[in-house]
Design a protein around this ligand. Structure first.
Ligand code: NBP
Length: 481
């Protein structure tokens, strides 16, 4: 079949994300050529939801390329990893100088670094873009975080900004802008996902405190989350949590949430963020705690056995219910600030290492709509970075410094109560420990350095004079009476 070069963009991969993104693109007046490795999937799409004059189904990659107007734009929405390399290998000889290859998957940033170099060396342009919002976002307007070859941005910008979610008073600010060179877009998406892990874990801990500590029922939890969603915590995740507490299982009539096995899955982007935080030497403890919490949840059988053996309090908090609910709200808000602060610190550290000129206010606005972490709170973050683009830590922006100061008493009370009544809240605790660690000019690492020097001659610096020192600790020590 010979294709006419009439389409504005091509899309490969018609699974959940690709199919919905294709429909979104077509709905904005662009013509789109689509291809899926399994041909029957393409045919099912073009004879079903994608049966539209501006959607052209293709059975081969050559047909897809032939259907595109130059400079050609080909977007891959396939499983991240080797599938993308295979596609690049096949597509490169079919494309011509100046054409753009786009990967919209959850790709490891270092893979996009490498692919950008390889694709540019072949005379083409490359984009690795974060796409967030799941199925609904892809269809109605995702958050898009593109990075790669800067010359590719003007070519895809009109389509990307047309299909992205829109925010702002007039609803005309697209949640999509150029992030930076090479893997910058994928890095920002990875941090988005890591923050999402932190947000979800914090919400789960708040739920457990309210359920067991305050004894709230599901309808009461729905009311609490509905109220929270009208204030500082207003966000997509709080909103869906509210709804979850109202949903009943059609088969049994019981609350569905109570029937769900407490074993969490993960696709790996949170783990990547933790691993890369360790590589950079930055304390992104919230995402790491969230990943570990999922790991612990997955040990269901072991936990069931241990629950018969290990002892602890009964998780009931006998204090005032309404007061405790408000304290948990404040603790959640403060922990969330610490979590976002860590995410932006990691982004800044990566940007420094990779020489990416990141605009943090713009990144906050890209997350303002369309994506899973969309929240009113991101306006405040954008404002903080607009006021001080080189802000060292979000917690130091006056608005957030003040918010943390106001919340800290309740935050401490909740963490202390959780420890006392035996409710596991690793993310709440970790967030508070980060806040307390970060706000202290002095930490006990002096002793740590002494220990390292004692057993390993690792040397230390001193507070009273410059230089590097080593001591013969065996000679200096005195008998302890
Ligand atoms: P999947 O990640 O499940 O991938 C399935 C698609 O990849 C199918 O179209 C499949 O074709 C195609 N594919 C595979 Br697998 N190997 C291929 C190969 N070697 N060559 C060509 N095509 C190949 O799809 P998804 O859930 O729509 O996600 C797509 C990307 O978007 C992923 O990177 C994902 O991480 C990312 N993402 C997903 C979400 C989400 O909510 N699902 C959100 C944001 C980002 P087939 O039909 O022939 O098997």
């Amino acid at each position: 079949m010979t294709q006419q070069a009439t389409c504005d963009i091509g899309l490969i991969g018609l699974a959940v994300m690709g199919e919905n993104l294709a429909l979104n693109i077509a709905s904005r007046g662009y013509s789109i050529a689509v291809y899926n490795r399994t041909t029957s999937v393409t045919d099912a799409f073009t004879s079903g939801r994608g049966k539209q004059p501006t959607v052209v189904g293709c059975h081969t990659l050559a047909d897809l390329v032939a259907a595109l107007k130059p400079p050609r734009k080909v977007m891959m929405m396939v499983k991240a990893g080797p599938a993308v390399d295979d596609l690049i290998k096949t597509l490169t000889p079919l494309l011509t100088k100046g054409d753009v290859l786009i990967d919209g998957g959850n790709t490891l940033p270092s893979d996009t670094d490498r692919r950008t170099r390889e694709v540019e060396a072949a005379g083409l342009l490359y984009i690795g873009t974060g796409v967030s919002g799941g199925e609904e976002g892809a269809l109605k307007g995702p958050s898009l975080m593109p990075g790669g070859s800067p010359a590719a941005w003007p070519l895809v910008k009109p389509i990307f900004q047309a299909i992205a979610a829109k925010v702002g008073p007039q609803g005309d600010i697209p949640c999509c802008d150029w992030v930076g060179p090479r893997g910058a877009g994928n890095y920002v998406k990875m941090v988005h996902n890591g923050i999402e892990y932190g947000d979800m874990q914090l919400i789960c801990e708040a739920y457990w405190l309210l359920k067991h500590g305050a004894g709230l029922t599901n309808p009461e939890l729905a009311q609490v989350f509905a109220a929270w969603n009208r204030g500082d915590l207003d966000s997509y995740l709080i909103e869906i949590t509210r709804d979850i507490f109202t949903a009943k299982d059609p088969d049994t009539g019981a609350f569905l949430v109570d029937l769900i096995l407490d074993k969490a899955g993960a696709k790996g982007t949170g783990k990547w963020m933790s691993q890369l935080a360790l590589d950079l030497g930055v304390p992104s403890t919230l995402v790491t705690e969230a990943v570990y919490a999922r790991c612990l949840s997955a040990l269901k059988d072991a936990r069931v056995r241990a629950s018969q053996v290990l002892q602890g309090p009964d998780m009931a908090n006998r204090g005032d219910k309404a007061e405790f609910v408000e304290q948990v709200r404040q603790a959640l808000y403060a922990s969330k600030i610490a979590s976002y602060a860590q995410g932006f610190v990691q982004l800044a550290a990566a940007a420094k290492e990779q020489d990416w000129p990141l605009d943090y206010a713009s990144i906050a606005m890209m997350w303002r709509g369309g994506c899973i972490i969309r929240a009113r709170f991101l306006d405040r973050i954008a404002a903080a970075y607009r006021a001080k683009p080189d802000l060292e830590n979000l917690m130091l922006a006056p608005y957030f410094t003040d918010a943390l100061a106001k919340a800290q008493q309740a935050w401490r009370h909740v963490v202390a109560t959780a420890a006392t009544i035996g409710v596991p809240v690793p993310a709440f605790m970790s967030a508070l420990a980060y806040y307390d660690g970060y706000r202290h000019a002095n930490l006990p690492a002096n002793l740590l350095q002494a220990q390292r020097d004692y057993f390993g001659a690792h040397t230390y610096e001193r507070t009273d004079k410059p230089g590097t020192f080593h001591s013969e600790w065996l000679d200096l020590r005195k008998p302890v009476t």
